[in-house]
Design a binder for this molecule. Structure first.
Ligand code: GLU
Length: 503
């Protein structure tokens, strides 16, 4: 195989969809697996769709995911510029080469004229296609006398450069995922290669850039497959060998019906972007939702590629070792938000208590609470198995930090009895006298007291839990009171009795 050089080439038109992150990931894995180079190229030649902030967002997303760029705007490299708008003039030279060869031509038809031809055709139930059949009737350098079109150029009339697609030719090419494909050129139109605003279109720009950057493999989304015959023709016209192509299957909505779109996330309550997008319509991000980047990447890697084994948990290094294009499927992969959470749960179980305690401490600080790491580690250990996100540690342990503001109505109805205040008052006296207020000594004292008085342990413990936690949830109650300490325990008993006796 020749030196592997692959590129991820997003257009900065908004936040990067997770489908785009997956494309970047597969390119990255392929590059690393084959000792190649991973390039980030910004394709910003469509000025109408350019969105401020998107370029930064793309770079930050890749960084968060652990996808390391070898050559790009920030990293530099010998094949730049890595932003297409920085080399407009270069693209123009290549458009001219095709015009000079007779494989492309100037077209002067105005947007208004094209629009009315399109709507006329539509009324007749047809589609207007600017192609070999139609081009003679249009206003271009193939249909007009030379003097006339040269005059238009001299006068500065707006024009575009179109590719002259042959009338009836079988174009055959190979896709690494889909195999051999043959398309007849009669189904294709004379695509615009260079626009009247002085910018190349994607079709021309990416071919030229892939050539300049010595790209060996183009790995991109399936939506580009219909354009591939045109791209193959462009390679032929330039006399260049095309790179190898691999078109990745779509990411589908959770119900499998259609492509996962940018709007699906906010509609269905899960993120479709790696990071929160702060401009325009707000959109959730995996990072802000509390996903670990390695869990997110692991989940994404398996949406379209399968390792051929039962293994599901892969570190980035393991993905690099196992990845191959042969194991990328042809059919779309259904995105499963539950499975995404499952991955995060698995990764959280493998994080050390210290790591989790450190992250949890940051979250606590934002809520105005703090505690030392050793104590937080113990807390993490108590609830770890039950949580999928660091933020869940808070919902599972909030009562360690603050007295309940409200009490669970159902639990109160079921578990708060007429004699509960009396029993808890007695319990309070007992706890007041305990000198060493640890979980185990409090437990021992309470047990002895219940047995001695012939009390019902269940009834006491339920009422006790209600005043301490506010509901019947949470870990072992003695662990909770051992943590919050005597003073706080006594305060919560008082508060609980006062509030619940009024119910
Ligand atoms: N700029 C194109 C996109 O954003 C890149 C397609 C390609 O990789 O060739 O989808």
């Amino acid at each position: 195989m020749k030196q592997v050089r692959v590129r991820f080439a997003p257009s900065p038109t908004g936040p990067l969809h997770i489908g785009g992150v997956r494309t970047a990931l597969y390119n990255y894995l392929f590059a690393r697996k084959n000792g190649g180079t991973f390039i980030l190229r910004i394709e910003d030649t469509d000025q109408a769709r350019y969105v401020e902030g998107a370029e930064e967002y793309i770079m930050e997303s890749l960084e968060w995911c652990g996808i390391v760029v070898d050559e790009g705007i920030r990293e530099g490299g010998n094949f730049g510029p890595y932003r297409q708008s920085d080399k407009k003039a270069i693209f123009r030279q290549y458009a001219d080469i095709l015009v000079d060869k007779g494989d492309a031509y100037y077209a002067f038809d105005t947007p208004g004229q094209l629009e009315s031809l399109r709507s006329e055709a539509e009324k007749a139930g047809k589609t207007f296609i600017y192609n070999a059949e139609k081009r003679d009737g249009m206003s271009n350098s193939l249909s007009l006398p030379e003097a006339e079109w040269r005059d238009k150029l001299d006068k500065g009339e707006p024009y575009v450069i179109r590719y002259k697609m042959p009338a009836n030719e079988d174009i055959s090419f190979e896709d690494l995922i889909r195999g051999q494909i043959v398309v007849n050129s009669s189904t294709l139109d004379d695509k615009v290669l260079f626009k009247s605003d002085g910018m190349p279109t994607y079709h021309l720009a990416h071919i030229v850039d892939d050539k300049i950057m010595e790209i060996s493999h183009v790995i991109r989304g399936e939506e580009w497959l219909p354009s591939l015959p045109l791209h193959i023709m462009l390679y032929r016209s330039f006399g260049w060998d095309p790179p190898a192509f691999a078109h990745l299957p779509l990411l589908l909505k959770p119900d499998g019906k259609g492509k996962l779109s940018k709007r699906d996330g906010d509609k269905m309550g899960f993120p479709v972007f790696p990071l929160f997008w702060p401009y325009g319509d707000t959109a959730k991000g995996y990072r802000e939702d509390g996903y670990f980047p390695d869990a997110f990447i692991n989940m994404l890697a398996l949406l379209g590629w399968n390792p051929g084994t039962e293994q599901e948990i892969f570190s980035m290094d393991e993905l690099i070792n196992s990845f191959s294009i042969d194991r990328v499927g042809k059919s779309g992969s259904r995105f499963d938000p539950e499975k995404a959470r499952w991955f995060n749960h698995q990764y959280l179980q493998h994080r050390s208590n210290t790591e989790l305690a450190l992250e949890f401490r940051d979250l606590l600080r934002t809520r105005g609470y703090h505690d030392d790491i050793v104590k937080l580690e113990k807390l993490v250990a108590l609830v770890k198995e039950r949580v999928s996100f660091v933020k869940d540690i808070w919902t599972q342990t909030d009562f360690f930090f603050k007295a309940p503001d409200t009490y669970d109505q159902d639990a109160v109805k079921k578990r708060w009895k007429d004699d509960s205040p009396k029993l808890l008052m007695e319990l309070k006296l007992l706890l007041t006298d305990i000198l060493d207020f640890s979980a185990s000594s409090a437990e021992k004292a309470i047990n002895e007291w219940t047995i001695k008085n012939g009390y019902n342990t269940g009834a006491i413990m339920n009422a006790f839990r209600l005043v301490i936690v506010g509901s019947l949830r949470g870990p072992h109650l003695f662990d909770i009171i051992g943590w919050i300490g005597k003073e706080e325990t006594l305060k919560r008993i008082d508060k609980g009795i006062t509030v619940l006796s009024k119910y």
